[in-house]
Design a protein around this ligand. Structure first.
Ligand code: MTE
Ligand code: MO
Length: 360
């Protein structure tokens, strides 16, 4: 199902259409601990559904003792929890792969951090009472479309023994305001630490099942495959990534930066779904020499990015390639060059920002 672009062929109008419907987070928004919702990245496979909350219900069924049907008021009446999470699209960085997998052509900015408010998933599953044979929960969104020739509703599953499910939230608010339609109104799943595809939006149903779910987004999409015939392995948690706020001012077309003589305080944020961020390093010479950045914790959630700062003095005028890279407590470190796979997932190669330092 996956397609790979001929290396000689640029971005197509189909890819451009995906890119204008689904936007990334402008890098200057890395200055915010919580991303303003209108700057948070977006990924919508099909159309944004229109939902009438007078008739909308969340159904919880399948292998449960007590099927539940809950209105938005029912959910809001329950004790609420907050979960501050950095979410990133699994396809982030895809457009930088060579050859280029044809799908949403993210450059590296498909990320955002939000405070999600809602009901703990575990409490609802306990109320419904999973039968002993249930091993997975399937989350079904209202949105419909065709993908890889298969008509479908957007659906993904999670194993019931997945540790992140203990923290997962069914969210009806984002940064203290009702969910926006594009982020899943009236209710979405948020699974911390995982790439975004698992956090199903516009939820209408949770179904407990006794076998691994084999829907398109699980069995065909979101798998690391060497080629189209490889069954692949599932894409799960976010690899570490550090991003920096590009310093100076951009050129309108190329976005190359111009700035005055140093020293300059560089800043950015770093996250990982595999553990704490242990280290962020910065390079002013395209990854030849690295120096350490200071890590801060201005968000205060183990599931969210950490701010970092580093003083950089270019010591001369000219053209520089500034990069940053993160290491997490599981020992994952960002590579200098991408690791290729046919779906273009999880390319966490270091960000490179071209800057020209000019006197006065
Ligand atoms: N129902 C539904 N849920 C979905 C999607 C979708 O297309 N439909 N996209 C997924 C993907 S691929 C990502 S990366 C995140 C994006 O969430 P956001 O748009 O709120 O940032 O939602 C996920 N949940
Ligand atoms: Mo995604």
């Amino acid at each position: 199902m996956e397609q790979v672009a001929d290396p000689a062929v640029g971005i197509s109008l189909d890819e451009l259409q995906l890119a204008v419907r689904n936007h990334s987070m402008p890098l200057e928004a890395l200055r915010h601990p919580l991303t303003p919702p209108w700057l948070h990245y977006l990924l919508i496979h099909y159309d944004i559904p229109t939902v009438d909350t007078t008739s909308w219900r969340l159904e919880i069924g399948g292998l449960v003792e007590r099927p539940l049907s809950l209105s938005l008021e029912d959910l809001r009446a329950r004790p609420a929890v907050d979960l501050t999470v950095t979410m990133e699209c699994a396809g982030n960085g895809r457009a930088r792969l060579d050859p280029r997998p044809v799908s949403m052509p993210w450059l590296g900015e498909a990320v955002g951090t939000a405070r999600w408010t809602g009901v703990p998933l575990r409490e609802l599953l306990d109320d419904a009472g999973a039968l002993p044979e249930a091993i997975e929960a399937v989350f079904t969104g209202l949105d419909r479309g065709v993908e890889g020739g298969v008509a479908q509703q957007y659906e993904r599953s999670q194993r019931l023994d997945e540790p992140a499910l203990e923290h997962a939230v069914l969210a009806y608010a984002m940064n203290g305001a009702p969910l926006l339609p594009q982020h899943g109104f009236p209710l979405r799943l948020v699974v911390p630490g995982w790439y975004g595809m698992t956090s199903v939006k516009w939820l209408e149903r949770i179904t407990l099942v006794d076998r691994p779910f084999d829907g398109y987004q699980q069995a065909t999409g979101y798998r690391f495959k060497r080629d189209e015939d490889d069954p692949g392995v599932p894409v799960t948690r976010m690899l570490p990534r550090a991003l920096l706020v590009p310093p100076g001012v951009p050129d309108f077309h190329t976005r190359e930066r111009t700035l005055g003589p140093g020293p300059h305080l560089l800043e950015g944020r770093a996250w990982s779904g595999h553990g704490e961020i242990e280290r962020v390093e910065v390079s002013g010479d395209d990854g030849k020499n690295w120096f350490g950045a200071e890590l801060e914790d201005d968000v205060g959630s183990r599931w969210a990015w950490r701010r970092w700062t580093a003083e950089w003095d270019p010591m001369a005028c000219g053209r520089f390639v500034v990069c940053c890279r993160a290491t997490d407590s599981a020992g994952n470190v960002q590579p200098l060059e991408p690791v290729w796979n046919v779906g273009g997932y999880a390319n966490n190669a270091v960000q490179r920002v071209v800057v020209t330092v000019a006197a006065g």
